[in-house]
Design a protein around this ligand. Sequence first.
Ligand code: ADP
Length: 181
Amino acid sequence: MRFTIGNSTLELIRGNIVEQDVDVIVNAANETLAPGGGVSGAIHRAAGPELAEECARIGGCPTGEARITAGYRLKARHVIHAVGPRYSGSPRDAELLASAYRSSLLLAARHGLQSIAFPSISTGIYGYPLDEAAPIALATCRDVLQSHPEIALVRFVLFDEETFRSYERAAQRIGLAPARE
Ligand code: ADP
């Protein structure tokens, strides 16, 4: 499913982020930047041990921010490690989640990267309710793309059917414009 935002495309697909052939894939990281479970474990396994070594040299990343590394054995040349919030039920959760997406996109733009793939940050181990997280993720990307048309493609790579459906509903709810095929 594809949407048009200015000159850019926002895409929702079901799949595995590790396999994406884009300039940069985003990891749902934790503040230590050490390999974890979920999508982080999959990315680190596919990239090889050099990725964890580079992350260790960076030394950590506060919640709501992002850091960039090389992609090593991945198809993507880079990985952006974004730290989403652990869901707590406070209004701050939404701000931090939006900030994790925004920071990732601004970092990609600053490095001249034109295509970026995101997983659904915080909705796995970090427990963020899917139907709350999805519209925040999509609306934040839409807002950043409006001022950064140099990012040509934002692809959400959603691992399971439930997550994919939730993002589809959210896209409709926030009124994204379907791309003309
Ligand atoms: P968090 O700690 O931020 O919640 P998780 O890795 O636990 O991060 O989960 C985030 C989302 O990533 C979940 O929807 C999970 O199903 C999904 N996920 C897990 N593995 C992959 C993968 N290989 N590609 C894309 N998404 C994945």
